[in-house]
Design a protein around this ligand. Structure first.
Ligand code: AMP
Length: 466
């Protein structure tokens, strides 16, 4: 087996790795690090959880250990699709570059340009950025990319989902032709293949096993659920979710609930909170400080349940999630693999439960086809354990006579918020596109790719009922 000491890494980097407690390189690291240190381009086909971040960070630190950056001319560039992922890569740098004197700057939306300008002016060795914010800085004339020696593209498949590929191509064009490129993607869609053929030169290609096939420690299940009436389906589905959470009891130490739509992330989180579950939402429309606080709480165990959209949760490094719930079947089957990959990491046991309504059955078939496995059908915990009961619809702590708050209250609250002009879909996407281009998903329904979702153009209530 390859050892870190065989990889020609800087001794200061080796010291930091030892302190991080890593014993041996993961397969993507063993494959990518030597090639990257030789100066070759790397095409890593790997997803979160495989150790891919260190597979580009460690050689980058080693390569940059000598030399200094000039003002406004970063020596390396790491592009990430989301702010969270960029922040996480920055954290990784801090860990591994602990004993190497390197300067770094994080260019993400939601943070003032001024602070970022000051850092860039001083000269940075490593610039970690989301594509939109990077181009904003470039267009303001604050950034020169002529001295970029190494460019990393992380999670290119997600960049594609978010509409960032034209930005990536533009950034490639702004960096020197002689740069080294380290390119990572979980999947190789034709568009990604095209980019790599255009911008990478004879890359070392390293592909590591898909997590769904690799991780046999994830117990999977699906509840096939049909609402009693169309207009009740949404609230009944949330009740099924609560039933599933309750059925797990203490085994659920912490979990992520994935929804396809940002509006549902908010509604589900609000509903769970109302029922006294320890839950909070995370998606691209929440402000940065709130997202950071929520994530921090989830990481350190203060928050038990995170309700998330695919984009927001993408690449989040939360090492020990006991449960993943798919409130919706994801639109892209690969997203199922990403989602359930949040649990059962590093040999730990994990459980992933999906709720599938009739209109999502086709998508669910696609998931089973992709993972080449039939996912066991589970009983609907609500139906099987307790017959539908009016009282059941009341929050845990408010089931006494004094309360009149029901699931309908949640619905109403969310509905009225949704219809406020300042929060409407069109106004929020307009204001976002003018202030930041980091979350292009605003214009797109997360997880539905290029399909035109049937609820677009419908009122919120109609959408909920659709
Ligand atoms: P990533 O795929 O980059 O998101 O990494 C997933 C997790 O694996 C992170 O928590 C890393 O700290 C951890 N990790 C990375 N490399 C190693 C290694 N060689 N041994 C053990 N853990 C690692």
């Amino acid at each position: 087996m390859t050892k870190f000491s065989d990889l020609n890494l800087n001794t200061k980097v080796l010291k930091a790795i030892a302190e991080a407690g890593y014993e041996n390189p993961t397969p993507i690291q063993a494959g990518a690090i030597p090639a990257a240190l030789e100066g070759r381009d790397v095409l890593g086909i790997a997803q979160t959880g495989t150790g891919k971040t260190a597979s580009f960070t460690l050689p980058l630190i080693t390569a940059l250990a000598r030399g200094r950056a000039r003002a406004r001319m970063p020596r390396s560039l790491v592009l990430c699709p989301t702010r969270e992922l960029a922040a996480q890569v920055a954290e990784n740098f801090d860990t591994y570059a602990k004993y190497v004197k390197l300067s770094k700057a994080l260019l993400i939306g939601g943070v003032s340009f001024k602070e970022q300008d000051i850092l860039i002016d001083k000269g940075v060795d490593v610039l970690i950025a989301t594509p939109g914010r990077l181009l904003d800085h470039f267009e303001r004339g604050k950034l020169i990319l002529n001295d970029v020696k190494v460019m990393v593209v992380d999670e290119a498949d997600r960049m594609l989902d978010m509409g960032f590929i034209p930005d990536i191509e533009r950034i490639f064009g702004l960096t020197p032709f002689t740069r080294q490129t380290l390119f990572f993607s979980a999947t190789m869609a034709p568009e990604i293949e095209r980019i790599t053929n255009t911008f990478l030169s004879n890359p070392e290609r390293i592909e590591v096993a898909r997590q769904a096939t690799a991780s046999e420690t994830i117990e999977q299940g699906v509840v096939m659920f049909k609402g009693s009436r169309k207009d009740r389906e949404a609230s009944e589905k949330r009740k099924v979710l609560r039933g599933l959470i309750d059925a797990e009891g203490e085994k659920l130490t912490n979990g992520i609930i994935f929804c396809n739509r940002k509006t549902d992330v908010d509604i589900v989180a609000k509903s769970l909170k109302k029922y006294k579950y320890d839950a909070a939402p995370i998606h691209g429309d929440l402000d940065q400080s709130q997202r950071t606080r929520t994530l921090e709480g989830f990481r350190n165990g203060e928050l038990r349940i995170l309700v998330a959209s695919d984009v927001a949760a993408r690449g989040l490094d939360v090492p020990s999630v006991s449960h993943v719930f798919n409130f919706d079947v994801p639109g892209h089957p690969e997203d199922y693999v990403h989602r359930i990959g949040r649990t059962g990491r590093a040999g730990r046991e994990g459980k992933a439960i999906t709720i599938c309504v009739p209109r999502d059955e086709k998508q669910f078939d696609a998931v089973e086809k992709l993972i080449q496995k039939e996912i066991p059908r589970l009983d609907n915990p609500v139906k099987s354990s307790k017959p539908a009961d009016e009282k059941e619809d009341k929050p845990k702590s408010t089931r006494s006579r004094s309360s009149s708050k029901t699931e309908e209250t949640v619905e109403t609250t969310a509905t009225s918020e949704e219809t406020k002009p300042s929060r409407s879909r069109s106004s929020s996407s307009r204001s976002r596109s003018s202030s930041s281009r980091d979350d292009r998903s605003t214009n797109k329904v997360v997880g539905l790719g290029d399909h035109t979702p049937s609820f677009i153009g419908l009122s919120f209530e109609e959408r909920m009922a659709s």
